[in-house]
Design a protein around this ligand. Structure first.
Ligand code: ACO
Length: 439
């Protein structure tokens, strides 16, 4: 007999049986779609603490056990052995590519690694010191104007082309945010270079100076982007899905993803971590900041700590912590006071009852900012790098959603707590009796 969950309305005695669905891994899910149909009620779940918003076969994560897998492959193996472009392929198509498939994919990405020259003029509408994420929101959205009329989201080939375009164009858009802020000429891709080398060269090359690829930097960034490539139904991915469910232009959906990612409770945290570590200045000031984080009347939180899903340890943080040590050890002459503060902060917080009780562990953003800083990437660009990595996940989820036979517009409901019905009062009658003027 198939398993169900019974919901009984105590007031009316009416009861319904909700089917229980099992996925490949993870908790079973109650199909709650009958609640409104049968009982005339909605389910309330602020922050989606108990709500699965869709079926997906892209990423599995278990927050209690600290597990993250893409298409079944553990993140630790992908970070160790794969490269970002291969992970993009895996997220989009569900399998690791053969060498021919990979070559073809690389060629297609290379072929599309250019943006319309007019799009580069969008940047000049922004002040040189505009936050790069505000520029990313604009320029990713602007891509929609180049690919709208001819794009049919019901055509699988068009969808596939869209995904490849996103992967090809994101590094160009991201690197040019930096170029704009520096007042450097815009960067164009080099066809002979790999994805990561290309991105770093676009970021840091200058017309009058020689540029040399630093393999260590490529390797570190590669790992960082793999760790950020997808993370199940997080806030920005859910935003992309919701916007996409209205059949919005997919590039505009990517822009919506950037908007959400920019928030400091989400992708903006890596930037906030480095600012916090700079504010701490010295390990001896850490206890003061820990006390502030615990004080409920102080809005300060330890940035890079805590996660909605991971209540054990963020597996990405473990990988990135190790990568951070390796990078800083290998980079000659790098000053590492931030890493020292970060390690001491982690150590103190993990022994503190407040953090232990609430299962607050370092998340992926805790160490990623330190790596990016060591690579010479300015703090304001950190979330842009995150967006570059996550765009693979965003577009993979968009592809999956549009191809889903259950594809329909996402439309949450609410528990209305506003006014009862009342009648409109003309403005002259709303001020009460007029006062007599004194003579
Ligand atoms: N510092 C201090 N206290 C914290 C922190 C923190 N970083 N995070 C959570 N808490 C406390 C809360 O005050 C709350 O305490 P209470 O039970 O006494 O009220 C308890 O822990 C639970 O916190 P919630 O806010 O309910 O947890 P939620 O799952 O909603 O939020 C979030 C998760 C947003 C990540 C939160 O931990 C946070 O703000 N962290 C700092 C920002 C950050 O690092 N964001 C990056 C997330 S990872 C990513 O997006 C890639």
């Amino acid at each position: 007999m198939s398993r169900t969950v019974t919901i009984i309305d105590n007031a009316t005695g009416k009861k319904i049986e909700c089917p229980v669905l099992s996925g490949t891994n993870g908790p079973d899910v109650v199909d709650a779609s009958a609640i409104y149909r049968e009982l005339g009620m909605f389910a309330l779940d602020p922050g989606f603490l108990s709500t699965a918003s869709c079926r997906s076969s892209i990423t599995f994560l278990d927050g209690e056990a600290g597990i993250l897998r893409h298409r079944g492959y553990p993140i630790e193996q992908l970070a160790e052995h794969s490269n970002y472009l291969e992970v993009c392929y895996l997220l989009l198509y569900g399998t690791l590519p053969t060498s021919n498939q990979m070559t073809d994919f690389q060629n297609q990405i290379r072929e599309r690694s250019v943006v319309h020259e007019h799009l580069l003029r969008f940047y000049s509408g922004y002040l040189y010191d505009a936050h790069p994420m505000s520029i990313m929101v604009g320029v990713t959205g602007a891509l929609s104007s180049y690919y709208h009329e001819a794009l049919d989201i019901n055509d699988p080939d068009d969808r596939d082309l869209t995904a490849r375009r996103v992967i090809a164009k994101m590094p160009i858009l991201a690197a040019n945010c930096y170029k704009h802020s520096m007042g450097h000429p815009f960067a164009y891709a080099w066809p002979e270079l790999g994805y990561m080398e290309n991105f770093l060269k676009m970021m840091f090359t200058r017309p009058h100076l020689p540029y040399e690829t630093i393999p260590l930097a490529c390797k570190a960034l590669e790992k960082l982007l793999i760790l950020h490539a997808d993370h199940e139904q997080n806030a920005s991915t859910s935003t992309v899905r919701l916007a996409g469910s209205a059949e919005a232009n997919p590039f505009a959906c990517i822009s919506a993803g950037c908007v959400t990612l920019w928030g400091r409770a989400h992708g903006g945290a890596n930037e906030a971590v480095v600012r916090m570590l700079n504010d701490i200045q010295h390990p001896r000031h850490i206890p003061k900041f820990i006390e502030r984080a615990k004080n409920k009347s102080d809005p300060f939180r330890l940035m890079g700590f805590g996660h909605r899903v991971y209540k054990n340890y963020d597996p990405r943080a473990a990988i990135i912590r190790k990568a951070c040590h390796e990078l800083l050890n290998e980079l000659q002459g790098i000053n590492q006071p931030l890493l020292d503060i970060a390690m001491r902060l982690e150590e103190i917080a993990l022994q503190d009852e407040y953090f232990v009780e609430r299962k607050l562990y370092p998340n992926v953003d805790f160490y990623s900012g330190i790596i990016l800083q060591a690579l010479g990437i300015p703090t304001s660009m950190f979330t842009v790098i995150f967006a570059l990595g996550r765009s693979a996940g965003w577009i993979a989820h968009w592809l999956e959603m549009v191809a889903d036979p259950d594809f329909r517009i996402g439309r949450p409901r609410q528990l209305y707590i506003g006014s009862e019905k009342r009648s409109y009062v003309p403005i002259e009658q709303r001020d009460g009796p007029a006062r007599k003027k004194r003579s």
